[in-house]
Structure formats: C-alpha cells, structure tokens
Design a protein around this ligand. Structure first.
Ligand code: CUA
Length: 315
C-alpha cells in the first residue's frame, strides 16, 4: 500500500520531513496549551485573594510578561514553520537538469502516458504503469482530457493536479529500483478510487530494455487462435477507442494496447492482468467498475476466447 511516510525519493523525503516537523511542533504546542489550561483551572479553585494594591499590580505585571513571552514564542514558531515550508518548496520547484520528459494525461478513469522525444520514432505510449530509470530526474507534463485529476505517488513525490486545457509539471526522482503505487488524489467521478497508478523504478539498463521493447510494434500473432483474435479486435468496436501499433487500430480514446500483456494490471489497477479478467472486463466493464467509459462488448464465446488470447500475447 502507498504511504507518504515511507519514502523512496528525495522529494517525498523532504515533504515527509516537513510533515514531521509541523506535526511535532503542533503536538508540543497542543500539549503545552492543554497543560496550561488544566493548571489554570486547578489554580482558579485555589485562587488567592489580593488584599492590597501592591499584590494585584505584581500579579498584573507577571501576567503581562507571560502574555509577551507566549506571543514571542508564537511568532518564532510561525516564522520557523514558514521558513521550513519556503525552503522545501524551493527545493521542489528547482528545475532538474537533463530530465526525461513524460506527458501524463488524465482520463476518467485511467492515465495516458507518453514518453516524449525529439525523434518521433522514439516516442512511446502506454497507460497506467509508468517506468522510470533510477537516479535520473523525470519531468512529468500533466494535463487532463476531461475533469480535474491529481497525480500522487506518495513514496516518490507530492500531489499535482491535472487540469483540462492547462499543463502542470512535476518531477520524479527514484533512488532505488522498486514498485511504487499511487492514486488519483482529486475526486473525479464514480471510479475515482479505482484510478490507480503503478510506478516501476528500474535500474537504468532495465529501463532501456523496457523502452526498446515498448518501441516495438504489437507482436504478430503466433497461432491461429491469436490470428483470429486479432481479426476480432480489428473488426469489433475495440478499434474505435484503442490502438495496437502495427495494426489498423490507432484510436486514442482508450489506453494503448500495443504491449498490454507487459502490464501487471488492467482497468487502472483494478484487476490483475489475466485472460479471465480480460474476458470479464471486455464483456461487462460496468459490473467491475460502474461508471467507466468503456462500453460492454458482447461477443460469441469463441471470439471472446480468441480475442483474450490475442491481447494476452501482446507482450
Ligand atoms: Cu481521477 Cu480522481
């Protein structure tokens, strides 16, 4: 499960430190205030009466000193928190050197991911599972196709909104290889909770291997069933929304399926990517994710079996 307190990158680490500082100081202040309140209530019961003017004046002076000290302490605490916040913000907004640029577009309810490159043949598209090399900063350019979403990988970095007609940037730096999970963090509709995200932080050589593999067109069918599956795919309504590079399917409404089988989950982290789940998802996506944009597709059982075999072959 994801946690903002278990960090795996410098940005999330700075944010976690800031959170610890704010929580720690707030907890100490709370305990002092409650302590003073209890002390004042007890003392009120045993209040001494001032019989003379000198005693009352001495008590007034003491009260003034306490109020002045508390005000000064409050100002010091607020300035300390303000400075800590300022320096953390500044470190987060420093533009990285030589970043890998990735365009992330939010959709109800999935993430479109496109690796940018000046050379068109080096651009690649995928969905919901982001791969990045460890050690190199990654600049995400975030936007949305429909409503406001929010990109959040708590172990790696803070939240950043994806806004239609506007781009935001966010930087990812992963220190160690690993698999980190994230979540859309802005309510965006019925399936907001099932708009999940996976980050694979790969060693640089592994990332390059993954990238080369993803740049390949969709795998050619190897069996008759897979061939039949591909013709079902290209003749059914799938092609109205999805693309598989190397076939006629080139729509960009839904996730790119060129290397669907290389992803661990389907439906934005909703189901493990197995042929059975694929078949259930194609037949009745609304049963698994009510409100999803993908329409149900009724297919004869043999066609459905061939189609899922074909999709499962798209490594
Ligand atoms: Cu997308 Cu919440």
């Amino acid at each position: 499960m994801h946690s903002a307190m278990v960090t795996a990158g410098p940005r999330a680490h700075h944010i976690a430190e800031l959170m610890t500082l704010f929580t720690g100081i707030a907890a100490v202040v709370y305990l002092i205030v409650i302590g003073v309140l209890v002390w004042a209530l007890l003392r009120r019961r045993a209040r001494t009466r001032f019989d003379d003017e000198a005693g009352r004046q001495a008590a007034d002076r003491k009260a003034q000193r306490v109020i002045a000290a508390a005000t000064a302490l409050t100002v010091i605490i607020l300035i300390t928190l303000g400075l800590a916040d300022f320096f953390v913000q500044r470190s987060l907004f420093t533009p990285p050197k030589d970043p890998l640029r990735v365009l992330v577009t939010g959709h109800q309810y999935w993430w479109e991911i496109e690796y940018d490159d000046p050379e068109p043949s080096q651009r690649l598209r995928t969905a919901n599972e982001l791969h990045i090399p460890t050690g190199r900063p990654v600049e995400l350019v975030l936007t949305s196709r429909d409503v406001i979403h929010s990109f959040w990988l708590p172990s790696i970095t803070g939240k950043k909104d994806l806004i239609p007609g506007h781009t935001n940037t966010e930087v990812l730096v992963a220190q160690a290889p690993g698999l980190y999970t994230g979540q859309c963090a802005e309510f965006c509709g019925l399936q907001h909770a099932k708009m999940r995200l996976v980050l694979h932080a790969d060693a640089p050589a592994d990332f390059e291997h993954w990238r080369q593999q993803q740049l390949q067109p969709g795998r050619e069918p190897a069996t008759d069933e897979e061939r039949r599956g591909r013709s079902v795919f290209t003749s059914a309504s799938c092609v109205l929304c999805h693309s598989v590079q190397g076939t006629d399917a080139s729509a960009t409404v839904g996730p790119d399926l060129t290397h669907l089988a290389s992803r661990g989950m389907i439906a934005a982290g909703t189901l493990p990517n197995t042929p059975g789940n694929l078949a259930a998802w194609i037949t009745a996506p609304h049963r698994l994710k009510p409100g999803v944009q993908m329409p149900a597709t009724a297919l004869p059982p043999d066609d459905l079996g061939a189609l899922t075999r074909y999709l499962a072959s798209l490594q």
